[in-house]
Design a protein around this ligand. Structure first.
Ligand code: GDP
Ligand code: MN
Length: 396
């Protein structure tokens, strides 16, 4: 779940991180009012996506009239698929330099990483790609958090990476950076965030460090611990505002464990391990899985129908591989369930069903009669579905 900038900054403020004064506006009149209060303002689109500046979603306004006009232009604007419902109007900062500061989950190191760069402002992904040496990194001990000496070293590393040139004296930089990094780090831990980012971290002409932007992403699996924030995003707004994949949002609504992967071979199985193995098999045979979908233990007809329907909501799907490890689940029941679902849903894409367990031969015979391709082994099924999808003009 991605917080909007104004929500992220509310969290920053609570954590003791300085942000510009500002207020949210839903109409041009409200934006003008903010300009009356703060003077020169920056009017910023509140959508859960970066690169708003480049897209024309961030505008400086010198007075009330300019703020009104900027809000008129930005409200309702489409920024890469998100319609702007509100703008944040903040006192404009006097920017001397833009830094980058982020705390992110580093899955390889199984820890949070603190990143600091004097090449801030621009897309940090681009900096990471073209000149990764300009980003200094620190992996603090999660129990102690970052120590002041580590943060000072981080800052010196980041400065050295740009040839030592800064715009404020080192002592001033370090004195502000130490509590700032500590506060951002604890906030990231407290929110179960996978990312807490300030880009740009503005050095003002008065040599103060202020958060010019705010990005917070909360681990989806920890959302239940942050009901207040989830509620704030609003139930129906949640999908749009969170920037989550709409298919995954729908799957969540249906109570299904589904991950959208982007290929064209739909995959359904019972058991997470089995499904992951199935994805590997599809890949091994040259196919691209469209999704991960685990229907859990058993294979009740209703659940199978729900799963098939879900997989087909993805327009890229050109064929479906159903992999059921039966055990005591009866193969003939699974077969009849799949056939009923196919007929009810009017499924036209090829279906390959691999199942094992009680009465599996009967199950396969029933499937074959109904025009569904049965398979005994999973690799055989993977090969078949990849061939069938390729024959449909799908990727191979
Ligand atoms: P993003 O493009 O979605 O990341 O939005 P940002 O909040 O980072 O804004 C983009 C750019 O707008 C920043 O890098 C700044 O250069 C500029 N900007 C943002 N706020 C201010 C401000 O208060 N004053 C000035 N002069 N520029 C700003
Ligand atoms: Mn930014």
């Amino acid at each position: 779940m991605k917080l909007l900038e104004h929500q992220a900054k509310a969290q920053f403020r609570q954590a003791g991180i300085e942000c510009p004064m500002g207020r949210l506006a839903h109409t041009p009149a409200e934006a003008a009012e903010a300009a009356r209060e703060f003077g020169r303002v920056v009017v910023k689109a509140q959508v859960p996506i970066g690169g708003r500046g480049k897209a024309g979603g961030v505008k400086l306004a010198g007075d009330e009239e300019e703020a009104r006009r900027a809000a008129e232009q930005i409200l309702g604007m489409d920024i890469r698929g998100f319609t702007v419902p509100a703008v944040l109007c903040e006192e404009a900062l006097d920017i001397a330099r833009e830094l980058y500061l982020g705390v992110a989950l580093d899955r390889d190191r199984r820890s949070l990483v603190v990143m600091l760069s004097f090449a801030g402002g621009m897309e940090i992904e681009e900096v990471a790609e073209t000149s990764p040496e300009k980003i200094a990194k620190l992996w603090p001990d999660p129990f102690s958090g970052p120590h002041p000496f580590e943060i000072r070293q981080l800052a010196l590393d980041a400065l050295a990476a740009v040839g030592g040139e800064g715009t404020l004296p080192k002592s001033k930089l370090l004195a502000q950076l130490v509590p700032l990094v500590q506060n951002l780090y604890s906030l990231c831990q407290r929110l179960d965030a996978t990312l807490c980012e300030i880009n740009p971290l503005v050095v003002t002409s008065e040599q103060r460090l202020i958060a010019g932007d705010g990005k917070v992403e909360i681990d989806q699996s920890a959302e239940f611990r942050h009901h207040d924030l989830v509620k704030e995003l609003g139930d129906d707004q949640e999908a749009a505002a969170s920037g989550d994949d709409p298919l995954e949002v729908e799957a969540k609504r249906r109570g299904l464990t589904y991950v959208h992967l982007g290929g064209d071979v739909g995959v359904i199985g019972n058991g997470a391990g089995l499904v992951m193995n199935t994805l590997d098999l599809v890949k091994q045979h040259g196919g691209e899985p469209a999704n991960f979908l685990d229907i859990g233990g058993g294979a009740k007809a209703e659940v199978v129908r729900n799963a098939l329907e879900m997989v087909l909501l993805d327009p890229a799907v050109k064929g479906i591989f159903v992999n059921i490890f039966g055990g005591i689940t009866r193969g003939d029941e699974v077969a009849n369930g799949v056939i009923a679902a196919r007929d009810q849903l009017g499924i036209r894409v090829p279906l390959v069903v691999r199942m094992t367990g009680t009465r599996e031969e009967e199950g396969r015979a029933i499937l074959e009669q109904a025009g569904i391709v049965p398979a005994v082994s999973a690799p055989e099924a993977a090969e078949k579905i990849v061939q069938l999808v390729a024959a449909q003009g799908g990727r191979r």
